[in-house]
Write a protein of this length. Structure first.
Length: 318
């Protein structure tokens, strides 16, 4: 990782000997995938319900969903006792050199806003080979050797620029229906990137979607774990989804990502393993729920927060 793990956790409760990571949440857990969608939860309600559930940290979500004026957003967060952990951009570096400008144009806005509010991370999500909006197959499911080289070089270039310009660390998010999803693909991505500029946002649900073992990747590449997205996949649906080649967006609408502790993997051992590496890492609850009714997410967010903090001493709110 680009930052060094501290010898002790300065934010842990007084007298606590157990390292604990910071738990937060994201607009995705309220079914938010787009900056503007009338069917989504209004941003004010998201902030209100996140705070009411007990969270102290949130992600920015799709740029434009939350206010983009730094002063307004800062006031809105502060009034609810919330702080920002990260923003998100979308990348397609395997497609060619022209993709850097596309990523940088997003980063200037997203990382610029996030950094002004004190966030130190930017989550990068690769373009999907199958559209999450239309389910159209856009390109082959696997990359050529040349595309892998482009992918790695592009992310390192972006990570270097983010660090130099904004002091923000890039955390790459493996994803269902993308070219980097399985354990083998994730390892290859780590091998073609520089840990100084590119590390892993380990999404426990997306990694399990393709059979990945989060504890295994943490053990094999402890220095590359920079950020966590915490979610569970429904094992009763998963193999039907994969067997029948169900698009990820359809699977989400059908509840493939399920409320903890009903799914897999068990989150407590993952949180504990990462806390031992670096208690300053964030664990952001991010249960994909796009398409849900607006009254559904709030109670789930509360129960999930209580479950995580109740299941392990390696998790904390602040």
């Amino acid at each position: 990782m680009t930052d060094t793990a501290p010898a002790a956790d300065d934010d842990a409760p007084a007298g606590s000997a157990t390292p604990s990571i910071r738990i937060g949440t994201a607009p995705d857990s309220w079914g938010v995938w787009f900056a503007d969608d009338p069917k989504q939860v209004p941003w004010q309600r998201f902030l209100d319900e996140a705070a009411a559930a007990g969270y102290k940290w949130i992600e920015l979500g799709p740029y434009g969903y939350l206010p983009t004026d730094p002063s307004q957003l800062s006031d809105e967060l502060e009034s609810r006792g919330l702080r920002l952990s990260a923003g998100t951009v979308f990348t397609g570096f395997h497609k060619g050199d022209d993709q850097f400008q596309r990523a940088w144009d997003q980063a200037v806005k997203v990382a610029g806003l996030a950094a002004k509010l004190g966030a130190e991370h930017l989550v990068t999500i690769p373009d999907l080979w199958r559209s999450d909006a239309t389910s159209e197959v856009l390109e082959p499911r696997t990359l050529t050797d040349e595309q892998w080289s482009r992918l790695g070089a592009g992310h390192d270039r972006l990570g270097k620029a983010l660090l130099e310009e904004f002091g923000v660390h890039q955390q790459f998010h493996t994803h269902a229906d993308s070219h980097v999803g399985t354990y083998t693909e994730t390892v290859r991505f780590l091998e073609v990137t520089n840990p100084e500029y590119t590390n892993l946002c380990l999404d426990t649900g997306h990694f399990a979607y393709y059979g990945g073992d989060s504890l295994r990747i943490i053990g094999a590449f402890p220095e590359r774990i920079g950020y966590l997205h915490l979610k569970q996949v429904d094992p009763n649906q998963l193999f039907d989804v994969l067997k029948n080649d169900v698009p990820f967006a359809t699977a989400v609408a059908n509840g493939i990502m399920i409320e903890p502790p009903q799914g897999t993997p068990d989150l407590a051992p993952i949180i504990e393993a990462v806390a031992r590496l670096n208690p300053n890492i964030f664990g952001i609850v991010e249960q994909d729920m796009y398409g849900c009714a607006v009254d559904v997410p709030g109670p789930i967010a509360t129960r999930t927060f209580e479950h995580i903090l109740g299941s392990t001493s390696a998790a904390r709110a602040a």
